[in-house]
Design a protein around this ligand. Structure first.
Ligand code: NAD
Ligand code: DAU
Length: 336
């Protein structure tokens, strides 16, 4: 058995990654190490919690002792735990620096001590900053130019990971991905918020002029790429992942409203996000040529699947919105 620690496994991407690995990698044992902040939801993993290849450990990545206990005998670490929402980082940067910078450093230190054979730092396109309309997509060689406290904290985590590779020879690899969408995403993020508000005929808040561009990727494509990079990526390297689906926010919102047969009159322009990045786009050529990865889901199909998932999983959506999911883990687990 290959024991792999996944941090942040109760969050949106972590839940999808754990489900993907348990289905595809029968010789892996997953240690899901997660503090269960507001963004962590064990109810999303209810169907796998009894899988013998899965163990949940509640813990904070900034807690050295807890991290060391969980990392014992692990082959590798996939580090996803983070404060992830840009708007929250603008309101209060402190928790972002604590988890995304200090937490990453604590994990890297523990990984050295445990002689971890692969450490995957899961990062974001936002570390590269913002593109103009006609700029080419980001490559791994772009300079780092983050604009929000969130992206600055992720950039710092990446730089620490890179430094631990250069200084101590820690076998680190870094992935940077564009905007994910799919099941189990917390409805503070644009796509689940949009679906949920539209379903209830509530206004859809559009920041600024709605002409910001994001490159959307279906979460399963990201998860498959993370496993490829973790297994086959060259240490010390960075790999970009994008969905080849650049879209204006306003066009995306109109497309989802059309799919849901809802009126565009729900669109409500609101004050812009401070420091709002105008455009992200990713160049996938390195991961495609080196590892053979490319996105498999087409946006027009996967967005329909996603809308249907949220409409067919109202219990999940309602327990998140009501906060009831926060009670779920208290019934299921005690802190270790
Ligand atoms: P999320 O906010 O949905 O989940 C984050 C998880 O981390 C939660 O389960 C939370 O409980 C846990 N966590 C937070 N602080 C912790 C701490 N101190 N100790 C232990 N666990 C803690 O985030 P997500 O969207 O699933 O993103 C996962 C990772 O992928 C992040 O590192 C993010 O930067 C990166 N990423 C996300 C996207 C995206 O579109 N969502 C795109 C590219 C990269
Ligand atoms: O690019 C990858 C990043 O994608 C990840 O690193 C982050 O963790 C993740 O949160 C996401 O960041 P964004 O800020 O791009 O995602 P968000 O869903 O918050 O917003 C998407 C776009 O939609 C952005 O331009 C802001 C806009 N927006 C968002 C919300 C929540 C609105 O116009 N209205 C909204 O209500």
């Amino acid at each position: 058995m290959k024991k792999v620690m996944i941090t942040g496994g109760a969050g949106f991407i972590g839940v999808n990654l754990i489900r993907y690995i348990l289905a595809e990698k029968p010789d892996w044992h997953i240690i899901n190490f997660d503090m269960l902040t507001y963004a962590g939801n064990l109810a999303s993993l209810a169907s796998v919690e009894k899988n013998p290849n899965y163990t949940f450990v509640r813990g904070d990545v900034t807690d050295t002792d807890a991290v060391n206990r969980a990392m014992k005998d692990c082959w590798g670490v996939m580090h996803l735990a983070a404060e992830s929402h840009v708007d929250r980082s603008i309101d209060d940067p402190g928790p972002f620096l604590n988890t995304n910078v200090i937490g990453t450093q604590k994990l890297l230190d523990a990984a050295r001590g445990h002689k971890i054979e692969k450490f995957l730092q899961v990062s974001t396109d936002e570390v590269y900053g913002s593109l103009s309309k006609d700029d080419p997509p980001f490559t791994e060689d772009n300079h780092l130019d983050p604009n929000s406290p969130y992206s600055a904290s992720k950039t710092s985590g990446d730089l620490l990971a890179k430094a631990y590779h250069a200084t101590y020879g820690l076998p680190v690899v870094i992935s940077r991905c564009s905007n994910n969408y799919g099941p189990y995403q917390f409805p503070e993020k644009l796509i689940p918020l949009l679906i949920n508000n539209a379903k209830q005929d509530k206004p859809i808040p559009v920041y600024g002029d709605g002409m910001q561009v994001r490159d959307w990727i279906y979460v399963t494509d990201h998860c498959r790429g993370l496993v490829d990079i973790f297994e086959k990526g060259r240490t010390g390297e960075v790999y970009n992942l994008g969905g080849n689906s650049e879209m204006y926010n306003l066009d995306l919102i109109k497309l989802v409203l059309k799919e849901m047969k809802k009126s565009e009159s729900l669109i409500t322009f609101v004050k812009d996000r401070l420091g709002h990045d105008r455009r992200y786009a990713m160049d996938n050529s390195k991961i495609t040529s080196e590892l053979g990865w490319e996105p498999q889901f087409k946006f027009e199909d996967a967005i329909k699947m996603t809308v249907n998932w949220y409409l067919n999983n109202l219990d999940w959506v309602n327990q998140v919105i009501s906060g009831d999911y926060l009670e779920y883990y208290k019934r299921q687990y005690v802190e270790r």
